[in-house]
Design a protein around this ligand. Structure first.
Ligand code: ITT
Length: 195
């Protein structure tokens, strides 16, 4: 198995990426190589995912997976989107972000939303043709947070046709249907040729 560096500093994401790809690929997280976090200066998920993967590949000399994801709320014209991690400010906690989201939707009936994940694999830092895979997960935003599993907006995210939030699902359930599961299973499928 060839080594792939995972370009994330988010422990929730890393847990899921390991559960989804860890059996098939030798994954090492970028912090083990002291890779500095990439500046997320892109205006799209795909640009930011490429920036993260390229940064990790550049600092380690290994192939890398970068992932950019977020929550798109229809009543907020797709916000927080690529700014999901920093919705309530630069060092916002998940709780801060969830509270800001609830305040933004106060009194609104239209609560549909989706998670989006763009995962990028780069063979090396100069790879001119990165593998790019995307997944979405449709749902809506609840009225109060519920559940302790997952991370980020999971306590507020009610997947379509579910009466439990993503944070009330077992990790194994979320990993069967989430935006990240979809993006990474496509990536894994394409990567079998490389591995
Ligand atoms: P890295 O850039 O280091 O990977 P990050 O948290 O900054 O970590 P993003 O810029 O891609 O990553 O932001 C993703 C944010 O979107 C994340 O912090 C959550 O707020 C939200 N998010 C994405 N996927 C999620 C999921 O499965 N469950 C809950 N929230 C999620």
């Amino acid at each position: 198995m060839r080594q792939i560096v995972v370009a994330t500093g988010n422990r929730g994401k890393l847990r899921e990426i390991r559960a989804l790809l860890g059996d098939d690929f030798e994954l090492t997280v970028q912090s083990e190589f002291d890779v500095p976090e990439a500046d997320e200066t892109g205006l799209t998920f795909v640009e930011n995912a490429i920036l993260k993967a390229r940064n990790a590949a550049q600092h380690t000399g290994h192939a890398a997976i970068g992932e950019d994801s977020g929550l798109e709320v229809d009543a907020l014209s797709g916000s927080p989107g690529i700014y999901s991690a920093r919705y309530a400010g630069k060092n916002a906690s998940d709780t801060d972000n969830n509270q800001k989201l609830l305040a933004a939707l106060a009194g609104t009936d239209k609560r549909t939303a989706r998670y989006r994940c763009v995962a990028v694999f780069m063979r090396h830092a100069g790879d001119p043709a990165p593998l790019i895979c995307e997944g979405t997960w449709e749902g809506s935003i609840g009225i109060t947070p519920a559940g302790d599993n997952g991370f980020g907006y999971d306590p507020l995210f009610l997947p379509a046709n579910s009466d439990r939030t993503a944070a009330e699902m077992l990790p194994s359930e979320k990993n069967r249907v989430s935006h990240r599961a979809r993006a990474l299973s496509l990536l894994a499928h394409h990567l079998t040729a490389w591995n």
